[in-house]
Design a protein around this ligand. Structure first.
Ligand code: ASN
Length: 486
């Protein structure tokens, strides 16, 4: 069911919002003890909001678009009066006194926040295994990871525990879990969506975006959360187009570029390669022209990102000093001791690794060799994209080199874990919008993700191509068999 179907059913009285919420809560109670995709479920609040909306529907009020629809929120978005932990021990007791802009916009659009979803600690990871509150499992196969860092947001949509969710994407954290869990996930252009109230990881890269069961629902969520925000000076004052209006336009004559540098990687799984290439043929059948495009610096993205992102993280995470908020170590004799101990006990090992790498890359004597050099390569990567978009409308690549890997497989091997972001990172470094949507399954029946990358502020084109693909490929008809608790 799409949001449009739900709206019709709510309007005709075939179903009430309270029933929708209750159904999701029952499903969470049944499946989430296994999946662990939620950190908090707002049962009382969600049900009372639903009752209120049902009354408004009954009295014939004209209601905003997402009214009565249960949506989940990644736990790095501040929610007023509701604990927001970033899946870290250091924020375990943090109750924000304010609401993030994106959640405020969703609430104003009538959505019901059913709960806060699990994630890698501070969004650092690609498997949701670095959460201080236990890993999330993949609903397609519970021995596999759901991807990360927004693994809870992806798994909860895939398992039908909510109708859509929000995640954040710094190096692939929306698209890679969307790919692993067989749902749609989109990272908007840097500046399209406000980050006010998003707990910062790497501020020149972080973006908030939607997860959904289908492209039109993702477009609806994006529509609601986009736009200039006085509280985030990095948002850009460019009118937000009506994404739904262009969704069903034909893609005839559109030029789609296959990034050929993506396809010659030894780490690219054969099933993934074949499925993505046959998706390109399907787009060709729909009237698009497929062109080979070279982005020579594409594969340098990963080395660049793992200098820039930790550098920014080391600065952003300096605020967790045991004084202002969060966890504080007891019985220390001096301020320095208290701060070091609070950080030593409060942060997990991946977060510490990033802080160490970032502090090193920014230190006097090394900053030019690492941080400055990485920024220079970042510019070259962006220029490759600028050249590519002179020739094509949209670029096409796999979302991740593999399908979901096994729980525990990469957790002790950070390099292997980082490689999962190989194909998603370049869009973050260049600030470009990108979407992942299901395009097939591998031999073990795990979902494969197709990635489309667009020019700045061309989310509309991405959604249009994605929607046409989705309608033709019908991959979404397969759902995970969530009988793992039986
Ligand atoms: N945050 C992200 O976008 C995920 C990326 N895997 C990282 O660990 O940095």
């Amino acid at each position: 069911m799409t949001f449009e179907d739900l709206r019709q059913k709510l309007k005709s009285g075939e179903v009430s919002s309270k029933e929708l919420v209750q159904e999701k809560i029952n499903r969470i109670n049944e499946l989430d003890p296994t999946l662990n995709s939620f950190l908090i479920v707002n049962t009382e609040l969600a049900l009372s909001k639903a009752e209120h909306i049902d009354k408004q529907i009954a009295s014939g009020d004209h209601l905003p678009p997402l009214s009565g629809i249960p949506i989940a929120i990644k736990d790095n978005l501040c929610t007023k009066g509701i604990k927001t932990t970033c899946a870290s021990k250091i924020l375990d007791n943090f109750v924000p006194p304010y609401e993030s802009t994106v959640t405020k916009k969703l609430l104003n659009a009538g959505a019901i926040m059913i709960g806060k979803t699990n994630m890698d600690e501070f969004a650092m990871g690609s498997s949701t295994e670095t959460s201080a509150f236990g890993p999330t499992l993949n609903p397609w196969n519970i021995t596999k990871v759901p991807g990360g860092s927004s693994g809870g947001s992806a798994a909860s949509v895939a398992a039908g525990l909510c109708y859509g969710s929000l995640g954040s994407d710094t190096g692939g954290s929306i698209r890679q879990p969307a790919s692993f869990c067989g749902v749609v996930g989109m990272k908007p252009t840097y500046g399209r969506v406000s980050r006010w109230g998003l707990i910062a990881f790497a501020s020149s890269l972080d973006q908030v975006g939607p997860f959904a069961n289908n492209v039109s629902d993702a477009a609806e969520i994006l529509q609601v959360i986009s736009g200039k925000d006085e509280l985030d000076s990095t948002t850009v004052d460019i009118p937000v187009p009506n994404y739904l209006e262009t969704l069903s336009k034909s893609i005839k004559g559109m030029k789609i570029g296959l990034i050929d540098n993506c396809f010659d990687h030894e780490g690219l799984a054969t099933d993934v390669k074949e499925s993505v290439l046959s998706s390109a043929s399907l787009l060709e059948n729909l009237g698009a022209e497929i062109v080979n495009i070279s982005c020579p610096r594409f594969n340098d993205g990963i080395a660049t990102y793992y200098v820039i992102a930790p550098s920014e993280a080391s600065a952003n995470l300096a605020r967790y000093d045991g004084v202002k908020y969060g966890f504080r170590a007891e019985d220390e004799q001096s301020l320095i001791e208290m701060t070091s101990k609070s950080r030593a006990l409060g942060f997990g090992s991946e977060v510490k690794r990033r802080i160490l790498i970032g502090t090193y890359a920014l230190s006097a004597g090394y900053v030019d060799a690492y941080y400055k050099k990485a920024q220079q390569v970042r510019t070259l990567i962006r220029r490759d994209f600028d050249d590519a978009f002179k020739k094509v409308d949209v670029l096409l690549a796999p979302t991740a080199p593999t399908t979901a890997f096994g729980s525990g497989d990469n957790i002790d091997n950070p390099m292997a874990m980082y490689l999962s972001d190989l194909l998603t990172i370049p869009a973050n470094l260049a600030g470009l919008p990108a979407i992942s949507l299901p395009c097939g399954f591998d031999k073990s029946d795990l979902p494969i993700g197709l990635q489309l990358i667009g020019n700045v502020f061309e989310e509309g084109k991405l959604l249009q191509v994605a929607n046409q693909f989705e309608k033709a490929a019908e991959v979404y008809k397969n759902r995970p068999k969530t009988d793992f608790t039986l």
